[in-house]
Ligand binder design. Sequence first.
Ligand code: BEZ
Length: 256
Amino acid sequence: MTSEQSWNAKAYQANAGFVPVLGRAVLALLAPRPGECVLDLGCGDGALTQEIVEAGCEVVGVDHSQEMVAASRGCGIDARLMDAALLAFEAEFDAVFSNAVLHWVGDADAVIAGVARALKRGGRFVGEFGGHGNMAAVVTALAAVLARRGVDIAAVNPWFYPTPDDYRGRLETAGFSVDSIELIPRPTPLPTGMKGWLGTFAGPFYAALPEGERRAARDETLDLLRHSLCDSEGNWTADYVRLRFAARLPDRRAPR
Ligand code: BEZ
């Protein structure tokens, strides 16, 4: 059984403030144009959403976390609480944008189908998330730490890291044509170290353990990772690999 990831806007900004900053590259791929209606799928605290608003777009943000929705609303964004796999929009948007979210949603096909429904004809779906090999050392260390305590990581791992071929196939099956899709290795310095990163993102793994064992399990994860992800001065770098893509729906209905 998987446990829900929980989100705290303040901790997210401290431990993962680089996520929206590094998301600017995928925002450039979106190339939002003034007057466009854009859905930000997984808007988080709204840091990148605001940049789409500043580009002159009408933006709706959706997020699965009530706390993140509140943080976005606090920045003046039209943010709504919604599950990415249950999008409730019909032909409303010129583009759907998503940064650092899609690896959290197990049912990728439901997400893509909802995005296709939400877009107008010719609409674009542009996004970036964890791709095949993302956080490989971290996942391996978590698997080892859990296995020592009798937990199979497969039962609790919420992360979906597809290959470009896998995700392209899913997009095409839903009627998108894919303009670009690639894996981008992106070693990322962690401002609060791996301890901060695990605290913000790895809750579902440790939640599988009795509360009294969690701290020791976290420390053991850090010990395993120190060899490959921490330098001699104590600086941690995460082994991120992004999957970045741009796809579009056909302009017109296919002739019968
Ligand atoms: C990512 O952005 O790749 C990521 C974030 C949190 C957990 C796992 C991956």
